[in-house]
Design a protein around this ligand. Structure first.
Ligand code: FAD
Length: 391
């Protein structure tokens, strides 16, 4: 009897270890893979590119994402690659006047239980990839579609190979093939925003205006964000502007520096000087999608931008993807059966990611107001809030 119940217990343990296929080795897919492996699952990631990579730009890792990375035992690696700003400064686009000053660092850590960090995307991808055995990330492997029945899910690669898993996760970004396979082909929405992303070596950053803080310059029809990454060696900037359309076939290309200079000609001169000194600069169209009402089907689910792509104005897209990964891993481990676990995952995550998607759209409106009266009211409101900041 005792032996029997021990066996039953072992079987239960074994039945909890699942064979999982993940499509996409971006921040979301890699985080999910690490989390699932930590809980004892057998995971393989399929990435279309020749190597996992990210664009040469910065990314903010909010406290919620820092907590995920710490839970995955990546805290010290993260601290090694991150820069923590002293303050979050909201500035007038033309005069540079500081409208709102949010202390970060210690006060932020006390408030949220983790810091607000800035990293180079390539550095983040590198620490995630290093946490996985090389043979668990299959490169040059582009997913075409998925199929499933009641006992398994199959990933069909573009080269015709078909691989079976207990469950599949589409972490393949905003143009997700897994999402199209589950819910049909539907194009993402051009949000009416384009952005330039660039980096400037710290020795070339114009003196006198910029500091170790994160600066957000809000102006009519656009905003600019700049902060240090890579231990302070590089200044990262994102310059966002409203545009009527995006006629280029690609979503990104090397930027026309003159166009960037023209767009921001009336803005604070320190910004023009920063743009001029960028060693790398690309132009991007910003797309998103409406929130979904569900994103799982049987043994297949989505996470990150595949499920809930959003405008970057809350700096939460990657953070949401990381949260998805760890929640998914926990639920898959807790439940013996995959289908109810995926339904629960979606039920828990959907309200939060929907709020964030819609919140990011609302922030665009607040940051890009063109009416002088509306801008004045917003700036007065921000000035008043400033007196209530936590010290
Ligand atoms: P992706 O990063 O798109 O990764 C998808 C992966 O899947 C890629 O490696 C791709 O090659 C692969 N793939 C695609 N199709 C296939 C296929 N068919 N088969 C196999 N592989 C495939 N978020 C933050 O949290 N903080 C920020 O500060 C922040 N700033 C941002 C600034 C800008 C300008 C932008 C545009 C976004 C920003 N974001 C930020 C959002 C963040 O970049 C994304 O939400 C995040 O990278 C999404 O990660 P993902 O892994 O879901 O998707």
């Amino acid at each position: 009897m005792v032996v029997g119940s021990k066996l039953a217990c072992r079987e239960m343990m074994l039945s909890r270890s699942k064979n999982v296929g993940i499509v996409g080795a971006g921040i979301g897919g890699l985080t999910a893979a690490i989390a699932l492996r930590q809980f004892g699952h057998d995971v393989t990631v399929f990435e279309q590119a020749k190597k996992p990579s990210e664009i040469g730009a910065g990314i903010i890792v909010g406290p919620n994402a820092v907590k995920v990375l710490r839970a995955l035992d990546l805290g010290s690696e993260l601290d090694r690659i991150a820069v923590e700003p002293g303050k979050h400064r909201l500035r007038n686009w033309k005069t540079g006047r500081i409208m709102f000053d949010q202390p970060m660092g210690e006060s932020f850590r006390e408030r949220f239980g983790a810091g607000y960090l800035q990293v180079h995307r390539a550095d983040l991808i590198e620490i995630l990839v290093r946490k996985l055995p090389a043979d668990r990330v299959c490169l040059s492997s582009r997913a075409a579609s998925v199929r499933q029945d009641s006992s398994a899910a199959a990933l069909v690669l573009e080269n015709g190979k078909e691989l079976e898993f207990d469950m599949l996760v589409g972490a393949d970004g905003i143009k997700s093939a897994v999402r199209s396979s589950l819910f049909g082909l539907e194009s993402p929405r051009f949000t009416g925003n384009v952005c330039w992303r660039g980096t400037v070596p710290s020795e070339d950053v114009p003196q006198g205006v910029f500091s170790s803080d994160i600066h957000v310059w809000v102006g009519p029809g656009g905003h600019v964000v700049n902060y240090y990454i890579r231990g302070g060696k590089l200044m990262n900037f994102i310059a966002i502007h409203q545009a009527d359309d995006w006629s280029a076939e690609s979503w990104s290309f090397d930027a026309d520096r003159e166009e960037l200079a023209r767009r921001y000609a009336d803005w604070h001169p320190a910004l023009a000087a920063m743009f001029e000194r960028a060693t790398a600069c690309s132009k991007w169209a910003l797309f998103d999608r409406d929130p979904m009402s569900r994103w799982s089907e049987g043994r297949v689910t989505l996470l990150g931008d595949a499920a809930h792509p959003m405008l970057p104005y809350l700096a939460q897209g990657a953070a949401m993807a990381m949260e998805d990964g760890i929640v998914l891993a926990k639920l898959i481990t807790r439940e013996v059966d995959i289908v109810p676990a995926l339904q629960r995952y979606e039920k828990i995550r959907l309200p939060r990611t929907t709020r964030t998607q819609l919140g990011a759209r609302a922030r665009a409106k607040q940051n890009h107001m063109t009416s002088p009266v509306a801008r004045l009211m917003r700036d007065i409101g921000l000035g008043l809030r400033r007196t209530f900041r936590p010290s």
